[in-house]
Write a protein of this length. Structure first.
Length: 188
């Protein structure tokens, strides 16, 4: 373990602190690589006209009319407002659930927070669901699968796909030219 790497106890403490910060928010949020969903509850007698939801390319404001917004601020990354929506539906405990769906423009980036003033999460700890790979177009899916393969290879101390390709080319070249000395050859 490198000197600057946190110990397992420090990592656990950081995750616990992060979870406590997220639990303290007046809303809940989840994300996939392509979109982000925010939810919060309001009293059960509320209707859509009792809410104010303003979704813009780089900002969001949502809450009850005449009150401080439940969520308000600058988004860390741009979204597509025309493909972003919100709904109000009955929840089991006599409340209503406000659900806001944001469509990310950059579908290759995890968000550390919904608004820039909110506590951040460690996006390096996000483990994407494999099933969501099928939602990606062919080229993007291939790139993500290659990145995942290369990451697994590095973790096991094995060559990445690019390093393996270079090694294979060198080996083929060596076989075609047995008269050459490759003992000091370096692959970079």
């Amino acid at each position: 373990m490198a000197d600057n790497e946190p110990t397992p106890a420090e990592q656990a403490a950081a995750r616990a602190k992060e979870q406590a910060e997220q639990d303290a928010l007046p809303y809940k949020w989840t994300q996939t690589i392509g979109d982000l969903d925010i939810t919060f509850t309001v009293p059960g007698n509320f209707k859509g006209r009792d809410l104010v939801v303003d979704i813009k390319k780089e900002s969001i404001s949502a809450g009850i009319k005449g009150q401080e917004p439940i969520i308000k601020g600058t988004l860390p990354h741009a979204i597509r407002p025309d493909d972003s929506t919100w709904t109000l539906s009955a929840a089991p405990d006599n409340t209503k659930l406000v659900e806001i769906h944001l469509d990310k423009i950059n579908k290759m980036e995890w968000w550390a927070h919904v608004v820039t003033t909110a506590p951040r999460i460690d996006v390096t700890k996000i483990v994407p669901e494999n099933s969501s790979l099928s939602d990606l177009d062919g080229e993007t899916r291939g790139m993500v699968e290659k990145m995942m393969f290369d990451q697994r290879q590095k973790e096991m101390g094995l060559p990445t796909s690019d390093e393996q390709k270079k090694a294979d080319i060198l080996k083929k070249f060596q076989e075609q030219h047995p008269e050459m000395d490759f003992s000091k050859a370096k692959i970079s």
